[in-house]
Write a protein that binds this ligand. Structure first.
Ligand code: DAH
Length: 340
């Protein structure tokens, strides 16, 4: 018998003795490392030296060593299984006085909560939900919405332009166009989504969320818009919330309005948040401009419609009294876990 053959037999004997007296899984792991790891005995004393053996000896010793390796692995596994089935019995080192590990239950982000609530309110009023792409073309984001070629919103200071004339949408209004291209009136939709603008401070963030609304039918008029937005304000803020429409301008609506609600902090009395006016602006709205209908082939003599667009962060800040928009995006658990 060659020296190596004898060594293989001795390794096996030694291993069997050690494993039979092994009493816990950390000792078992030490045994595994000693015999079977990369620098363990089987590798360093036998397998690594195979190349130095004669052509005749190499397969014999190699075969024996591999057979032993398999046997040791099997014995280790059997022992390990035996230990794990004994957990709870006195044979295992188990310290029952150790404190348990607490598991934390996740919570929805305040923006998700606000978005869900907005959707729920409009769905209850009979609206459906549609979505569009974050990456848009100038046509959908501006031109089809009746923006003139030289409108300041098209400036690089406001819009993130991508390659090939693409851009990150600056508002959810392009989804109106995509919807009207696909579906015939009557339509009653909200369109939630992320939008992007080159602007960042306590009340602006490079990415934020909007919810767009669009209702088209044969006799849709401004009073329908007022009713729906008043119902929305009462549902999301306060049952006594009032809305106020101020004349404004958007290229895609005519007439256009900015819509205020009674200040949620002072209930209309005047405070720092509403700059003593008693009102807070929450969205833009108006009657769909006939030029927009023309760009999608809807007859403006037959149909009328209203549209609105609101910032979700702004609404969440009012609902939860948050004074810095950046808190939403810092992923600080101490902040995000406060909301339900
Ligand atoms: N798209 C506008 C913005 O991002 C918001 C807006 C105003 C949307 C009036 C509308 C609307 O649908 O009718 O500032």
């Amino acid at each position: 018998m060659s020296d190596l053959q004898e060594r293989i037999e001795n390794i096996e004997k030694e291993f069997l003795e050690r494993i039979s007296s092994c009493e816990n899984s950390s000792d078992l792991e030490n045994i595994r490392i000693h015999y079977l790891s990369r620098n363990g005995i089987l590798n360093s004393e036998i397998l690594k030296n195979l190349s130095q053996l004669s052509k005749d000896d190499r397969p014999v010793i190699g075969g024996l060593a591999n057979k032993l390796k398999k046997k040791l692995e099997l014995l280790l596994k059997e022992k390990k299984d035996a230990f794990s089935s004994e957990i709870g019995s006195s044979k295992v080192d188990l310290d029952l006085t150790l404190p348990g590990r607490r598991s934390f239950i996740g919570k929805l982000h305040p923006l998700t909560l606000t978005m869900n609530r907005i959707k729920e309110i409009f769905v209850d009023m009979g609206f459906s939900i549609a979505e569009g792409p974050d990456i848009e073309t100038e046509y959908y984001n501006f031109d089809s919405l009746n923006f003139p070629q030289n409108h300041p919103a098209k400036d690089m200071h406001d819009t993130f332009y991508l390659e090939d004339g693409k851009l990150l949408r600056t508002h959810t209004s392009p989804v109106q166009i995509r919807l009207m291209e696909k579906k015939k009136p009557p339509l009653r939709y909200i369109m939630p989504g992320k939008v992007y603008r080159c602007d960042s401070d306590v009340s602006h963030s490079l990415m934020f969320n909007q919810v767009e609304g669009l209702v088209i039918g044969e006799n849709v008029n401004f009073s329908h818009l007022k009713y729906v937005l008043h119902e929305f304000a009462r549902a999301i803020f306060h049952k006594d919330a009032e809305v106020r429409f101020r004349p404004s301008y958007f290229p895609f609506t005519e007439p256009s309005a900015e819509v205020d609600i009674t200040c949620v902090i002072c209930k209309g009395k005047g405070c720092r948040v509403c700059k003593n006016t008693g009102w807070i602006e929450i969205l833009g709205a108006g009657m769909v401009d006939p030029n927009v209908f023309k760009s999608v082939g809807i007859d403006p003599e037959k149909y009328t419609g209203y549209a609105f667009g609101m910032g979700v962060e702004r609404i969440a800040m009012l609902v939860y009294s948050i004074d810095d928009i950046r808190l939403f995006f810092e992923n600080n658990l101490e902040f995000t876990k406060q909301f339900s």
